[in-house]
Write a protein that binds this ligand. Structure first.
Ligand code: SF4
Ligand code: SF4
Length: 469
């Protein structure tokens, strides 16, 4: 009986991993990638050691809930700036992707940059692509063990240094280094150094292109930001096809061939192991290694460079590329407006904060003689890098008398100040029920922070409509 499966082929949905051995490549884009890697890794590993006014220049001090960014210290009250920064980063990514495709992936993504670094160490120890391929096919020999062992040692050391540097953004680097040397690391510090180091080792040493192919969500939604005018790494089939090997000096047109000599060097240099000649693929991270490689081949066979190049779909069809299109203008306009707003808002930010809490157990107290007193708790926040003296005042002045002298608050400190405000019995009838308590920085004219509140007197209804101004 024929059950309908005769001749059917069983196809596995599981794709076995094929290790990629990217060939070394030289050229202008390779130099640009190396420069980007040096700058970005230099920032990551160097920044925790940079000092600014006696403290670490960039430190995310979570226990103290303060983020130090050079001269700027952000407090929980400044959370808005952090959200603003994240929105700016997302918009920048959208804008750059709409204009130039996945250049972020090719030049600046941590996965790409660390993979380049780990690959560099691998090449240093095991040699170029042919040597690596040969080594992986040989059985365990003394040379195999020595090379693989040295590579692992370098990888693990580099990963551990990466984990340390990551934690050094949250715990001062010098203190952390002392703790490592004296074996006095805390539990969380140990965990995060190991976790981040292990993640770097696994992602950049072993998973590599698989992170881009299977794990990265950006690769999945990037196509929504592409259009026919986006710059992508493209093979020019009109010029390259039909591809084929040929003898040196043969006129390709006469031989019925295009410019592609089918040397497959563009595939060998690709860090994700794809063949760009098959058209745009989501695995392509736009690193342009294939552009450099193919330009080199073209030069050697005496053809024009640019068979593989950054080009738009329109350009490949012989049409004009539209650089200024609605999508780019909208992203660009939003980015410019939000960027300017961010800089202006940050430059106008006052390094002072004030919170006022009223004593709710006793709304008011009638003193001997008929004077009425309200008690408040002021929290003065000095967001500056130097100590200041603060003078507490009220508006309107005159009827309200403040029973608290000037307060000294050191840099980055929050000082709670119990404050009594009094109205004399004779002034009760003309005293307004709304008042503003403010603190003025004594040594910086014009720097004040205020808080509107209520003043309660006997037989007054409770109204809880306090608000900041
Ligand atoms: S490197 Fe250039 S010439 Fe060689 S196969 Fe790739 S596209 Fe063709
Ligand atoms: S196809 Fe070219 S640009 Fe894309 S990932 Fe491979 S080498 Fe990089």
């Amino acid at each position: 009986m024929n059950d309908g499966t005769a001749g059917a082929e069983v196809v596995s949905l599981y794709e076995a991993h094929r290790k990629v051995y990217p060939r070394e490549v030289e050229g202008r884009f390779a130099r640009l990638r190396t420069l980007a890697a040096f700058v970005l890794l230099g920032i990551f590993y160097g920044l925790p050691w940079l000092q600014w006014n006696g403290r670490q220049a960039v430190l995310f001090d979570l226990p103290a809930r303060k983020f130090h960014l050079f001269a700027l210290t952000l407090w929980p009250q400044d959370f808005l700036y952090l959200s603003w920064l994240l929105i700016l980063a997302a918009l920048t990514l959208f804008f750059v992707t709409a204009v130039a495709g996945r250049v972020w992936c090719g030049y600046a993504c941590p996965q790409t940059v660390w993979t380049e670094a780990f690959l560099g160490l691998e090449r240093l120890v095991e040699g170029g692509r042919p040597q690596r391929l040969k080594l992986d096919r040989t059985p365990w020999t003394a040379e195999w063990v020595a090379r693989k062992g040295l590579k692992q040692f370098l990888w693990i050391s580099f990963a551990a240094w990466t984990g340390f540097s990551f934690v050094a953004f949250f715990t001062p680097a010098r203190e952390l280094a002392g703790n490592v040397v004296n074996l006095e690391l805390g539990g969380w510090e140990t965990f995060w150094i190991l976790f981040y180091g292990f993640a770097t080792y696994g992602n950049a040493g072993f998973l590599r292109e698989q992170v881009c192919r299977y794990m990265c969500p950006y690769a999945r939604f990037q196509s929504a930001m592409f259009d026919h005018d986006t710059l992508i790494v493209s093979y020019d089939p009109g010029r390259g096809e039909p591809r084929g090997a040929r003898k040196r000096g043969v006129d390709p047109k006469a031989a019925g061939l295009g410019d592609c000599v089918d040397c497959t060097i563009c595939v060998q240099v690709c860090p994700t192991g794809i063949d760009i000649r098959q058209g745009l693929q989501y695995e392509c991270i736009a690193c342009a290694a294939c552009v450099d490689a193919c330009d080199d081949v073209m030069e050697r066979v005496g053809y024009q460079p640019g068979l593989i190049r950054y080009a738009t779909e329109r350009e490949l069809k012989g049409e004009k590329t539209h650089y200024f299109r609605p999508r780019v203008l909208v992203y660009g306009g939003l980015l410019a407006a939000l960027g300017i707003g961010f800089v202006v808002s940050l430059s106008l930010r006052q390094p002072i904060g004030l919170d006022v809490l009223r004593d709710r157990n006793a709304l008011y107290r009638v003193l001997p003689g008929g004077d009425v007193e309200n008690v408040y708790s002021l929290r003065i926040l000095n967001k500056d890098d130097s100590a200041h003296r603060y003078v507490i005042e009220t508006q309107p002045a005159g009827v309200f008398q403040v029973d608290a002298g000037p307060v000294d608050v050191s840099a980055g400190e929050v000082r709670a100040v119990p404050t009594r405000i009094r109205v004399r019995a004779a002034d009760l009838s003309r005293a307004p029920r709304d008042l503003k308590i403010s603190v003025r920085v004594a040594d910086t004219p014009g720097l004040t922070a205020g808080h509107a509140t209520r003043f309660f007197v006997p037989a007054q209804e409770i109204d809880d409509d306090d608000h900041h101004d």
